[in-house]
Design a protein around this ligand. Structure first.
Ligand SMILES: Cc1cc2nc3c(=O)[nH]c(=O)nc-3n(C[C@H](O)[C@H](O)[C@H](O)COP(=O)(O)O)c2cc1C
Length: 342
């Protein structure tokens, strides 16, 4: 049998993963327009749990109705959302998969009709979106509180971890990036000021989120635009908040239309830089599709975990397939055991 780190356990705070394979958050745009979990979500996520994914990060889940990307996003702005999420968490945990929730606010990329959209400054993303209102300081407090309430509900639903969505041009990234943040108050200007919103969200979540459970952020490490964020800014930003988070999930882009050179593993270099310069665990993501590529990333300490998005959409049983292909013994649900005894 070959030596493998990909299929080794990984511990972060009290969360033990059976392997280093992550399903990253992927919106299904399939909830009703009230944000509730339905049969699609149950089948979709439990299939990947049966497939032996170590950690599932449930799709962007809105902390307020005008923080949705679409009218069919999952929501966590009301206690009535807890029940469905809790069933989903139990089903997947029962198969040995740990469950994180991505808490999200879409900011100026909210695509829900007839709601007022907000952003740090009043510039639209494109003419497909409405021009957002510049969020006031009182409204900032309300959004911070909505993240805190979302975290409390996520804990009640039984989630093992929280990922704060600070990437892809949504509200928190809009505060971080000079491309979308033109404010003159303490939330705009310097990188420290632009990080304030994220910092206050983390602080308020930590008032309710259990200390033993991990919490991390997803970042866009490059805006790919003149005057936008570069990985060195993200490194400085993380170094400023890292004592309050346990990991960084490293993505890129999304603040505005940009020319992005995409190739296998194109974002791994950012994960590597952040790991090296911030001494913090990372998840690498972006066009990672096979065992060899994943093992190389983990074994060379370019990240601690690897996330496979579209590959897991194509093949929910990817971990089982790749383990079999490489002759690596893993346990799978007993109902399926005959499948690996050829
Ligand atoms: C259908 C779909 C929905 C997505 N939704 C989200 C999301 O909810 N939150 C997020 O941070 N990224 C989202 N992403 C980005 C993925 O998490 C991932 O970063 C991206 O697909 C690149 O990884 P891959 O090349 O392995 O697919 C989505 C991607 C896809 C394909």
């Amino acid at each position: 049998m070959i030596n493998t780190m990909l299929f080794e356990k990984y511990n972060i705070k009290n969360m033990e993963l059976k392997n280093r394979i992550v399903m990253p958050p992927m919106c299904m745009y399939t909830a009703d327009n009230q944000g509730y979990v339905n049969d699609w979500h149950m089948t979709h996520y439990t299939s990947r749990a049966i497939g032996q994914v170590g950690l599932i990060i449930v799709e962007a889940t809105a902390v307020v109705p005008n923080g949705r990307i679409s009218a069919n996003d999952l929501g966590i702005w009301d206690d009535s959302h807890i029940n469905g999420l809790s069933k989903l968490v139990n089903e997947c945990q029962d198969k040995g998969t740990k469950m994180a929730l991505q808490l999200a606010h879409a900011g100026r990329k909210c695509g829900v009709n007839e709601v007022e959209t907000v952003a740090p400054s009043s510039f639209d993303f494109s003419d497909k979106y409405s021009v957002p209102k510049e969020i006031t300081k009182d409204e900032i407090k309300n959004v911070i509180n909505a993240f805190k309430e979302g975290a409390r509900r996520a804990d009640e639903a039984g989630f093992d971890a929280i990922e704060i969505h600070a990437a892809h041009g949504y509200l928190i990234h809009e505060f971080l990036s000079p491309i979308a943040n033109k404010r003159n108050d303490e939330y705009g200007g310097s990188l420290e000021n632009r990080t304030r919103f994220l910092k206050e969200i983390i602080y308020s979540i930590k008032e309710v989120w259990p200390k033993e459970k991990p919490i991390w952020i997803r970042v866009s490490a490059d805006d790919y635009l003149e005057g936008g964020l570069e990985v060195k800014d993200i490194v400085d930003m993380i170094n400023n908040i890292k004592e309050h988070i346990d990991m960084v999930h490293v993505s890129s882009g999304g603040i505005d239309i940009a020319d992005i050179n995409v190739y296998p593993g194109y974002q791994v270099k950012y994960s590597e830089t952040i790991k090296e310069k911030c001494y913090i665990p990372t998840i690498a993501v972006g066009w990672i599709t096979n065992y060899e590529q994943s093992e190389e990333i983990i074994s060379n300490h370019r990240s601690d975990l690897v996330a496979l998005g579209r590959e897991l959409l194509r093949n929910p049983y990817w971990p089982i397939h790749e383990a079999m292909r490489k002759g690596i013994k893993i346990s799978i649900p007993e109902q399926y055991e005959r499948a690996i005894k050829l």
